[in-house]
Design a protein around this ligand. Structure first.
Ligand SMILES: C[S@@+](CC[C@H](N)C(=O)[O-])C[C@H]1O[C@@H](n2cnc3c(N)ncnc32)[C@H](O)[C@@H]1O
Length: 283
């Protein structure tokens, strides 16, 4: 949770990968997998987890641009992709790697998506993708994104947007109050204006449909068990920190410090965190 540290992104990557909607992955592969060449822009790419999950669904020659405002994450992405690849063909700029019969050319672009989305999208990518990003984005910026994607007639594949569902096991009497407070934190400004938070999947789908897109949606929940103890622990402390942060902005009635402390101390052995994947085809 705290920020987007390389360690946090590494912890969530295997869970993200197993949680993606299989129906949507199959639909993406069916519609775009046979194209000999494809250009892809990955927004808020972090360490490149989305490329590692999505490239196997696409064709033999892929050209990716990974966009992020965090230069350290892009450097980590380059290192992680070099490790992930079977062969690194060229280790210059861009990076060219081979994996499972695919040749993937990767450029890294440091840019603030809130300031200049059109430049990040470039002229006409075939596919615009993002994972674990859109709940940080404001409704206004989602409108802007949909308009820019539509102007380029780009296919959109947006995975793992938080949708507000959370359940913990074992449960605690303060779970609902904690979720409500966490959602208040989710709607604070994460760099794009007041974020859509758990309403992001619905906003995004609506905005793309308005522009004539055929929109498919699929659930991609994290279903966490005892084997995910490290992620569960990070999640729980991240949620508690978010709630405590928002408490300084907005007096919390249902949650006093003792309740928050008791909630944080209860050891969880499982949980569900709801996400939505979206795949949208232009008219
Ligand atoms: C939750 S992480 C997801 C990273 C990656 N897509 C993944 O699935 O692992 C959100 C990413 O968005 C990036 N990000 C957040 N705000 C941004 C902005 N205004 N411009 C560019 N990147 C941004 C962060 O640096 C981070 O890498």
């Amino acid at each position: 949770m705290r920020g987007f540290a390389v360690e946090w992104l590494a912890l969530r990557e295997p869970v993200d990968q197993r949680s993606r909607s299989g129906d949507l992955s199959s639909a993406l592969a069916a519609r775009l997998g046979a194209r000999a060449q494809i250009s892809v822009v990955d927004l808020g790419a972090g360490t490149g987890s989305n490329l590692r999950a999505t490239a196997p669904l696409l064709g033999p020659e892929q050209r990716w641009t990974l966009v992020d405002h965090d230069g350290a994450l892009l450097a980590a992405a380059r290192a992680a992709l070099t490790q992930w690849a079977e062969t690194t063909v060229e280790d210059g700029e861009p990076l060219v790697v081979e994996k499972a019969g695919r040749r993937i050319t990767v450029s890294f672009q440091r840019a603030d998506l809130a300031a200049d989305l059109p430049a990040a999208l470039g002229r006409a990518p075939d596919l615009v993708t993002a994972s674990a990003l859109f709940d940080l984005v404001s409704p206004e910026r989602i409108v802007h994104f949909a308009a820019q994607a539509a102007a380029r007639r780009a296919v959109c594949y947006v995975a793992l947007t938080y949708n507000g569902v959370q359940r913990w096991s074992p449960s605690h009497p303060a779970d609902s109050a904690m979720a409500a407070a966490f959602h208040r934190h989710q709607r604070t400004d994460k760099g794009f204006g007041a974020a859509a938070g758990p309403a992001a999947p619905q906003h995004l789908a609506e905005q793309l449909r308005r522009r004539g897109y055929e929109v498919l949606e699929g659930d991609s929940p994290w279903v966490l068990g005892a084997a995910d103890a490290a992620l569960l622990g990070e999640l729980q402390s991240g949620f508690a920190q978010a709630v405590s942060d928002v408490g300084t902005l907005d007096a919390l009635d249902a949650l006093d410090a003792r309740t928050l402390d008791a909630w944080s101390r209860l050891r969880r052995t499982g949980g569900v965190v709801g996400h939505t994947d979206l795949l949208a085809f232009p008219p």
